[in-house]
Design a protein around this ligand. Sequence first.
Ligand SMILES: Cc1ncc(COP(=O)(O)O)c(C=O)c1O
Length: 352
Amino acid sequence: MQEVFFQQCSDFFQSSWVTNNGACVQKLEKSLAEYLDISNIISCNNGTTALMLAIQSAGLAGKKVAVTPYTYVATLSALLWLGCTPVFVDVEPDTLCLSPHLLRRRLLKQADIAGVLPVHIYGLACDVESLDTICREQGTTLIYDGAQAFGSRYKGKSLLAYGDYSICSFHATKIFHTAEGGCVISHTDEAHKELSLARAFGHIGDTHYCLGINGKMSELHAAMGLALLPGTDAEIEKRRKLHAAYDAALGSAKLIRPATREGMEWNYAYYPIFLSDEDLLLKVQRTLTAQGIYPRRYFYPALNTLSYLRPEWKISCPVAEKAANHALCLPMHGDIDQEHVKIITNILLESL
Ligand SMILES: Cc1ncc(COP(=O)(O)O)c(C=O)c1O
């Protein structure tokens, strides 16, 4: 892995072509298209820019967009930076993905909602069939935030293949990464062309085509991706085993876990547990942290409760709010071994 990285670095170093769609970026985009079996994919400098590019390309800037409150804050910030009005729609209690039933109700009440932004939370699939049907019926654009979904598959296809657009993050915390990075996937050649332009300031030479931004991935980041991509399946397999080890050790505690949809092949990126109350969660977090183990409160707080939102945007979303107060993700990485699992789960079981 390191050899591939150093070889790629040496190549671009010698050519002095270190950014602006260099050889590594082009190779990485081709390799990602093959790995995911998706053709219209462009790399970006991070997942947040990828979201902004998709929202802008879909013509949603400045409009109302239905969005899940149970996600990382970047999903929402991308909308806000583009002047969109977020319309929070609560999540399903079992999968914690945006509820199609509540979405339909909201779209029927508010005909001016122009787009929908659900998240494949923890890399688990949204109800893509229902969301697709609802968005088609209502003429609403569907953008999936698949930041956490690299390597997850549903009904034989990459989860990133669903929706009018979808995005992924290649941040260092993700299953496949480029240190910082991301991508946008679209399904028409027009959108693909526009996204490629918009990612690089919207112009070629002196001809300006559309509003752009600097969303380019550098050669250094792409080299990292080229080195890590071949190991992705092995990383997923290690995490699958780690999940099984956590499950076996924690089985007696009967912890609540999110549901996986039938037809789903998960990337096992996270190991979320839901504790019965927030005081217990804080106690478990404190105890583990005192031992140098850092579980994360993914995803806290529910975004509809953020202090800086306009009061009229803070629609109550009880399922997301409860989940946000009770969710804790245990350490999850291919390098964690059975001994670590034993230490972590023993501390956890004692705290419980
Ligand atoms: C759901 C979700 N959306 C968007 C992002 C933003 O991605 P990035 O950190 O690459 O900008 C993240 C990052 O963790 C995320 O988890």
